[in-house]
Design a protein around this ligand. Structure first.
Ligand code: ADP
Ligand code: ZN
Length: 776
């Protein structure tokens, strides 16, 4: 949090940045400036800029607020803003800025971006600023460290005056001779000596200790380092991207390009060229990935291509890593940043290109706090910065495809897999005909005879199998055979999911956990609770019975606890220490397993229903991605989808697209037509309001008041209030409004005017979600 410790305020003032903040000749002491604070306020507050602290818009400063000291940013609000229209606080009442922090001011583009995001999402500007100032300690200069280096040598050749040049001392001097100054412990370790040897050399005058302030710095990637030789098509796409990045270096050159290519077509290699071009031009590159913690393979490839690791930005970083990365970015010492969505808000001084990989992924949508879609905001950031954005996917979102169709976005195609790798053949297994047989002692089975046969064949050939089921745990529902009682979360409208490996029941929404009771809580019957439906753990059990010698691994967010365990599992699969991988959507993400030749999708229909307007699109994308894991090298792959609805357009499109890209195009055209006729995104606009509170009666009262004030505007429909599908979450009741408007309608202005009319009690929270992706 950006609250400051009093102690930091006692540090000597940093040299003021060169400033245009104080107009020449103006009485400097009366300078009024606006400072945006990282708080949920409506706008910036006024402060006095003391003459000795010449600040400029974007300067990061410390100001007093009530009894606190806060870090904020000097703002330049447009003249017509609400803050400017209100009667200004008299100068005499203003408090002075205390300090200007030693970081470069936020650039005008960065400031406009923050304001834009706040305006679009209806978030407080300060809440967006808070995302940009996410590493408070990075705003201070690093503490000096003591490093040891060789003294300028006397003509005698550097022999210490006490002349005892032992082998240990010689090693220390040798290390310093061909390396930079080092910390005491590092130097001693590198020379293989104790620290006293180094101190002895200092005493002897051969080595000196120096205090330095070392700013974090990521080594520059080598853009000339040899990448793979690109195929003609790849080279053509790479050339086009490089040209766009090059144009941006010469001035305003905003563009959005969709890099659309089947899985394994080399999209990554191609956009690496765009990054190389930015690096050549001395500008920064940003790559957004949906699951940065699972990107070990991606990082390896980056290092192979560029010789160094990029700067990483995601929520698993330590605070020291965050601090170093934030500062390195701000100072222009991080040429390439790879991150999750929040990496958009880092203080880039000179961004040259943004790549959004797997642009269709819903993980780019942030659902709490400031609700924004990182892909869409990446495009906004590119536009404000006058630079190219590159959106990458094998299954682009309908939004992006529509933007290509209407000519707003350009498109580059990679229609073939690289090398000889063929696209996998996709077959449908009709579960109505091929019912999975029961298993002795285990009850119902989930693997049909044709899938079992394919697994047996693949395993016998020494190749790998992936079973995909997007359900964590052992069983999604536990019920009593005697009375029908279902085990439900006490805090949420949700069933408890049995996690047998962990020995617990768990709520996937609030984290509530308990032991599986011995008797039914409803009727008290002993041993009557049974697991309903499969989760990956139950599937693993079935597979163990059917294929007892196959070496299994589970790949879910429960078994992969961080980047290290993910990297270890990926390694084990690549080293063929695993025969059978059973996983949730985590396995769908970009992994390249050359010996994986069979993918079995256990329940292809799982995502099709549930009131989500993108259900079909998402199911298509997810299953297509999973299918893309099969046969990525010289071994041809196949995919079997178990479905009870083989005629569903999604299943038909998947089965067809194995042989032709038209399957995909036909599906998206049909889906687009359906959305267009219903006025749904991307052909219409949506916003969701979710109100929540501990007291259902009070909540309903507020909702009724809102409904009465609902806007009556032609073309705009307000649906609700209705209980949200998750009607209770973490003990809070939830109600939803959904607002539908035509494309191009200024929804934000309408919502602001509406919400201003109703005062919410403190206990009721309102979440505004523009372009919602979750309908829970
Ligand atoms: P995508 O991102 O489209 O799924 P990738 O960029 O991951 O495809 O490429 C798939 C695999 O093919 C990777 O192992 C990659 O290194 C390899 N590959 C792609 N293009 C080439 C090339 N021109 N030469 C050698 N290997 C390539
Ligand atoms: Zn819960």
């Amino acid at each position: 949090m950006p609250d400051r410790h009093a102690s930091t305020a006692t540090r000597p003032l940093a040299p003021a940045p060169e400033s245009a903040g104080v107009p020449a000749g103006a009485p400097a002491a009366t300078q009024r400036v606006q400072v945006l604070l990282p708080l949920p306020l409506t706008g910036p507050y006024d402060y006095l800029a003391p003459p000795e602290l010449s600040v400029t818009p974007g300067s990061v400063v410390v100001v007093p607020l009530a009894q606190r000291e806060l870090v904020g940013v000097v703002w330049d609000a447009p003249a017509d803003s609400a803050a400017a229209a209100a009667k200004p606080v008299p100068l005499a009442k203003l408090r002075p800025i205390l300090e200007s922090l030693p970081v470069p001011p936020l650039t005008p583009v960065a400031r406009r971006f923050l304001a834009w995001v706040a305006d679009y999402t209806l978030a407080a500007p300060g809440a967006v600023l808070r995302m940009a100032l996410s590493s408070p300690s990075a705003l201070e200069e690093p503490k000096p460290v003591t490093l040891y280096q060789r003294c300028d040598l006397p003509p005698s050749g550097g022999v210490p005056q006490d002349r005892r040049l032992t082998p240990a001392r010689r090693r220390v001097l040798a290390v310093l001779a061909d390396g930079p100054a080092r910390k005491l412990a590092d130097l001693a370790a590198a020379a293989g000596v104790g620290t006293s040897v180094v101190k002895g050399l200092v005493a002897a005058g051969a080595v000196e200790a120096v205090e330095v302030v070392a700013e974090p710095r990521f080594p520059p990637p080598d853009p000339e380092a040899a990448g793979p030789t690109l195929s003609d098509r790849q080279a053509e796409a790479a050339r086009a991207l490089r040209a766009r990045v090059g144009e941006a270096a010469c001035g305003e050159a905003f563009s959005v390009t969709l890099l659309d290519g089947v899985t394994g077509s080399g999209k990554t290699e191609v956009y690496f060229e765009a990054i190389a071009e930015a690096v050549v031009g001395g500008r920064q590159a940003l790559v957004l990935l949906p699951e940065i913690a699972l990107s070990a393979q991606w990082l390896e490839r980056f290092e192979r291509r560029f010789g160094v690791a990029p700067a990483l930005w995601h929520s698993d970083l330590t605070s020291a890593q965050r601090r170093a990365t934030w500062r390195a970015v701000a100072l222009g010492h991080a040429p390439v940043v790879v991150g999750a969505r929040s990496a958009l808000f880092l203080p880039y001084p000179d961004l040259g290109v943004i790549v959004v990989d797997e642009e269709h992924e819903s993980a780019f949508k942030q659902e709490d706090g400031v609700t924004y879609h990182a892909r869409d905001m990446a495009v906004v950031r590119a536009q404000l910065g006058g630079i190219p954005a590159v959106l990458v996917s094998a299954t682009p979102s309908l939004e992006t495809l529509n933007n290509v169709k209407t000519g707003r976005y350009q498109e580059l195609h990679l229609p073939e897999r690289h090398g000889d790798a063929a696209l996998p053949a996709i077959g449908l297994i009709d579960l109505r005909q091929d019912r999975p047989p029961k298993l002795e002692g285990l009850g119902p089975g989930w693997l049909s005879a044709p899938l079992r046969a394919a697994m047996a064949e693949t395993l016998a050939a020494g190749e790998q199998v992936l079973l995909f089921l997007n359900r964590r745990g052992y069983a999604p529902l536990t019920l009593c055979r005697a009375c029908g009682y279902r085990l439900q979360c006490p805090n949420c409208t949700a069933w408890l999911v049995e996690h047998r490996l962990a020995g617990r029941l768990q709520c996937h929404h609030c984290g509530f956990a308990s032991r599986l009771p011995g008797a039914c809580p409803g009727c008290g019957a002993e041993g009557s609770l049974t697991a309903c439906g499969p989760g990956v753990e139950r599937l693993a059990e079935e597979a163990r019975v059917l294929f007892p010698t196959a070496r299994q691994a589970l790949m879910t967010s429960d078994t992969l606890t961080g980047p290290d365990s993910a990297a270890e599992l990926v390694r084990a699969v690549q080293a063929r220490e695993i025969d059978l991988l059973i996983g949730t959507q985590i396995v769908a993400k970009g992994h390249h397993f050359p010996y994986l030749t069979l993918v079995g999708v256990v329940d292809a229909d799982l995502g099709l229903y549930g009131g989500d307007l993108r259900a079909a699109e998402r199911t298509y994308q997810l299953l297509h991605q999973v299918a893309g894991r099969a046969g990525r090298a010289e071994h041809p792959g196949r995919v079997l989808l178990q479905t009870a609805e083989p005629d569903h357009p999604v299943m038909q499109a998947l089965a067809a697209s194995a042989t032709q890209a038209e399957g995909r195009d036909r599906f998206f055209e049909a889906e687009a037509a359906a959305r267009e006729s219903a006025g749904l995104p991307p052909f219409g606009r949506l916003a969701a309001l979710v109100l929540s509170g501990p007291d259902a009666r009070q909540l309903d009262e507020v909702c009724r008041a809102l409904a009465r004030a609902a806007p009556q505007v032609a073309g705009v429909t307000v649906l609700g209030p209705a209980p949200a599908p998750l009607a209770v979450l973490r003990g809070r009741h939830r109600r939803r409004f959904l607002v539908k408007a035509p494309r191009g309608f200024r929804l934000q202005a309408l919502l602001r005017a509406w919400l201003e009319q109703v005062k919410l009690p403190n206990a009721v929270r309102l979440q505004v979600d523009i372009d919602p992706y979750s309908f829970l």
